[in-house]
Design a protein around this ligand. Structure first.
Ligand code: AMP
Length: 399
């Protein structure tokens, strides 16, 4: 996947349309609670400004489903970005006839300045990949840059459609620095890992992770499975799992994997009679889960066993929490694995967290700066690890 980047083309004096991923979490008052995605886009934006480009940014935020919805306006993002860049960011206004403010952006775009379109999902044609919207967006671009790794698994007008429209007009469509970094880390780990290569999968549903298990298993030396997913494996092994998460449809799949010696499962788990932080928790062996309890975290013996494997690894990819980390009493397993990744980084391993919940957990538990790479895309990194082509990347110019 060798795609052209912003450094491969001339952007000086050009109008550059950049798809970024500013889909940031906000609290009820609209304040941004985690600006990692905005910060991650800065290298591309500052490079383009330094080169003398006129930068027009676009992103989706939340799910306004094709309607202009004030709650999902990018206004707070424009303000935050302006603060980070130390320069004005002109947010254009959404109107019923021009929900992204494309015409206003055309008028406002100027060299070494930044314009931000309104939420791409204010337009009904974004998620349907409407060619009319793609064509309209393409009129903004002398150059199109996709830096939105987190949205690259979606074939939408602002990711895939516009890239094709720009190329049809004989203009370049290339990747930004963040996109390149994500592809380099995730792709490098999969194609050419320094061994031992260990993958850790957790989270709730086996079903969602079957494609990634199937894709990673032949590549890795060890595949650690934790989180809610693990209980379907225990059930497949004939254990009582009480009220723990069970994914009936994946039982057969789990059974086929039980004798694969690359797969490592937890040996103990933390159970409770209810799904609540203050429910009385006990640690039991996986073969001794009481019928009236549910497993909400991996136990300390599992953390120790996983940590041993992780510390010996040279490449580690982690996707999915080890337990219900949102509840502090059941976050110890996830914190233990995060600590093991941080230790492995210190020992020279490349450690990668594949976005989503495990990225949030590493941030929340204070390990983020000790991980080699935390992906900005949950869904996108999972699809990448599954080996699926990402439409937003495929559409870009090859080197
Ligand atoms: P996923 O989106 O599949 O990666 O799942 C993430 C969710 O799995 C998080 O919200 C966790 O709280 C949840 N989770 C992890 N372990 C368990 C468990 N043992 N029981 C119930 N939910 C879990």
């Amino acid at each position: 996947m060798n795609k052209k980047t912003i450094e491969d083309i001339d952007v000086a004096g050009k109008r550059v349309l950049v798809r970024v991923d500013f889909n940031v979490p906000q609290d009820d008052s609209g304040a941004i609670t985690d600006d990692r995605r905005i910060e991650s886009a800065l290298p591309t934006i500052t490079y383009l400004l330094r080169q003398g480009a006129a930068v027009i940014l676009m992103s989706h935020l939340g799910r306004p489903k094709g309607k202009i919805t004030p709650k999902y306006s990018l206004a707070p993002v424009a303000k935050h970005l302006a603060g980070l860049l130390g320069t004005d960011v002109a947010l254009v206004y959404a109107t019923e006839t021009d929900p992204l403010g494309i015409e206003e952006a055309k008028a406002k775009a100027a060299h070494r300045s930044v314009v931000l379109l309104e939420n791409t999902r204010f337009a009904g044609g974004e998620e349907t990949n409407d060619p009319a919207l793609s064509a309209q967006l393409a009129t903004l671009a002398d150059v199109y840059v996709n830096d939105a790794f987190g949205a690259a698994h979606r074939a939408h007008a602002s990711t895939e459609g516009v890239a094709h429209a720009v190329k049809r007009a004989g203009k370049p469509a290339v990747s930004g620095y963040l996109m390149q970094k994500e592809l380099d880390f995730l792709g490098g780990a999969i194609r050419n890992p320094v061994r031992p290569f260990v993958a850790i999968l957790g989270g709730a549903k086996v079903k969602d992770k079957i494609p990634v298990i199937e894709s990673l298993l032949p590549q890795v030396d060890t595949l650690i499975v934790g989180g809610g997913m693990a209980y379907t494996f225990y059930k497949a092994a004939g254990h009582e799992i009480g009220k723990s998460l069970l994914d009936e449809t994946s039982l057969e799949f789990c059974k086929t994997l039980l004798c694969d010696d690359k797969i490592v499962l937890p040996v103990d788990c933390v159970v409770a009679p209810a799904f609540a932080n203050d429910a009385p928790a006990t640690t039991v062996k996986v073969s001794e889960i009481p019928a009236d309890q549910e497993g909400l975290d991996i136990g300390p013996a599992s953390v120790a066993a996983f940590a041993e494997i992780i510390k010996k690894a040279k490449t580690v990819i982690w996707n999915g929490p080890m337990g219900v980390f949102e509840m502090p009493n059941f976050a110890h397993g996830t914190a233990g694995v995060a600590q093991a990744l941080a230790d492995a980084t210190g020992l020279g391993a490349t450690t990668i967290i594949g976005g989503g919940d495990s990225a949030a957990a590493a941030e929340q538990l204070g390990f983020a700066d000790k991980i080699t790479h935390i992906s900005t895309g949950g869904g996108a990194s999972l699809e990448f690890l599954e080996g699926k082509p990402l439409p937003g990347v495929v559409a870009l110019d090859d080197k």
